[in-house]
Design a binder for this molecule. Structure first.
Ligand SMILES: Nc1ncnc2c1ncn2[C@@H]1O[C@H](COP(=O)(O)OP(=O)(O)O)[C@@H](O)[C@H]1O
Ligand code: SF4
Ligand SMILES: [Mg+2]
Length: 392
């Protein structure tokens, strides 16, 4: 993200940390504790396509002559969230915070170390290879760099139709579907015979999208799908994703490190920090009323092109700690300007503090002081800068 990790905290109009008291079970604001799975509320009748419960993914670190396991990179360490059918859930956070690992683990491209992933009501972590193969038709991924996932030696039509081949579709069916898909993403059907190097970055991403859609999935993880593209091309690809979402009734988990992109496309947004979810709320609620200090820092770092507008940028101190040995309690406490003793002693609960707009979905946050972190001024500036109809 655009946060500067090497500068000290520069806050001038916020309350000093010692003026703030932790809310003990909602001492100041009524707190709705989460009792349902994945951060939903018990009895919630919402139609969820996916529910992720206490998801963990650790990567072993080996060392010494015998290559023994000497530690674990806790890339994802107890993450809860739900994905509602038909929505786009944006996932943001600095590089290395675990976004890609979440995306791959919920598709079971990586096996989780712990936790559950309910997809269409079935726990993916318990499916055998045959059941997983069937389920995978409904779940696809779009990569940041489609070039690395397209075989340079085969015509792109073959790559786009690969899933159809695996699932036993005839040659005619494959060719017809590939032609249709290429047309839908704005390419010519004749392009099927060309090779990846003959396309531009934007066209290759369209090929990646076409490939993800050939099996008519219901759920797509889009992992930084526009990050490698020129800004002028980004909005074209985002608009294709939006159009296809409507046409095919798709649900997206949209991963990005660019907040403007996430703001443009998401219905709800989750913010990750060092393998944990820090905050998750409806897009407008999150951008207008950020309550986790880390979210506030990310939003305050969005550049304002108009030099007349001045915003107090929250500059985080220190570097992101290593996921090999994450800080105790709240993982953000080593960089948080509001941190107090309780923050290093106790991990904050993942809880619903309620949205400003009563009709909005839960506003989930993991911070002991979430009731006291309302930042005056920041919300309006961000609103002014981004608006709700921001175009990338
Ligand atoms: N295969 C792997 N083996 C060891 N560590 C990994 C592996 N994949 C990711 N990591 C580590 O896990 C953490 C999260 O990585 P990642 O999910 O790629 O983050 P993001 O997508 O947010 O940049 C990082 O510290 C990264 O170095
Ligand atoms: S719980 Fe974490 S984010 Fe909240 S004030 Fe403490 S250190 Fe900061
Ligand atoms: Mg990534």
């Amino acid at each position: 993200m655009a946060t500067n990790a090497n500068n000290v905290n520069e806050l001038d109009n916020r309350e000093p940390a010692d003026a703030i008291k932790p809310s003990e079970n909602g001492a100041n604001t009524p707190v709705q504790h989460i009792t349902g799975v994945g951060g939903g509320v018990t009895g919630d009748s919402t139609d969820y396509i996916m529910r992720v419960q206490n998801l963990k993914k650790y990567f072993p670190v080996r060392g010494g002559v015998l290559q023994r396991v000497v530690g674990q990179v806790k890339a994802v360490d107890g993450v809860n969230f739900d994905v509602r059918r038909g929505e786009t859930l944006g996932l943001v956070g600095e590089s290395g915070c675990g976004k890609t690992t979440v995306g791959r683990t919920v598709l079971r491209l990586l096996n989780p170390t712990g936790g559950n992933v309910l997809f269409e009501g079935r726990d993916l972590t318990t499916l055998n290879a045959g059941e997983m193969k069937k389920t995978r038709r409904n779940m696809q991924i779009i990569f940041q760099d489609p070039y690395s996932s397209l075989d340079p030696r085969v015509p792109i039509g073959q790559s786009v139709g690969e899933g159809l081949l695996i699932h036993g579709f005839s040659r005619e069916e494959r060719e017809q579907t590939v032609r249709d898909m290429l047309k839908r993403v704005g390419l010519h059907p004749e392009h099927a015979r060309r090779y990846p190097h003959e396309f531009s970055g934007g066209q290759r991403q369209r090929i990646g999208i076409a490939r993800a859609l050939t099996m008519h999935p219901s759920f797509i993880v889009a992992d930084e799908p526009v990050s490698a593209l020129d800004v002028s091309i980004q909005s074209q690809v985002l608009n294709i994703l939006k159009d296809l979402q409507q046409e095919f009734k798709l649900t997206y988990l949209f991963i990005a490190h660019n907040l403007s992109v996430v703001e443009h496309i998401s219905d709800r947004v989750g913010v990750m920090y060092l393998g944990k979810m820090a905050e998750l709320a409806d897009r407008d609620e999150l951008f207008n009323n950020p309550r986790h200090p880390y979210t506030q820092a990310l939003l305050s770092a969005i550049p304002i092109p108009d030099p007349r507008i001045r915003r107090d940028r929250i500059i985080l101190k220190g570097d992101v700690p290593s996921p090999l040995n994450p800080p105790s309690g709240c993982r953000f406490h080593t960089r948080c300007w509001l941190a107090q003793q309780i923050c290093s002693d106790q991990e904050p609960e993942w809880r619903d503090i309620g949205s400003e707009n009563a009709t909005a979905h839960p506003h989930l946050v993991a911070c002991h002081f979430a009731e006291q972190t309302k930042v005056k001024g920041l919300a309006n500036e961000i609103k002014e800068q981004l608006g709700t109809d921001t175009k990338v």
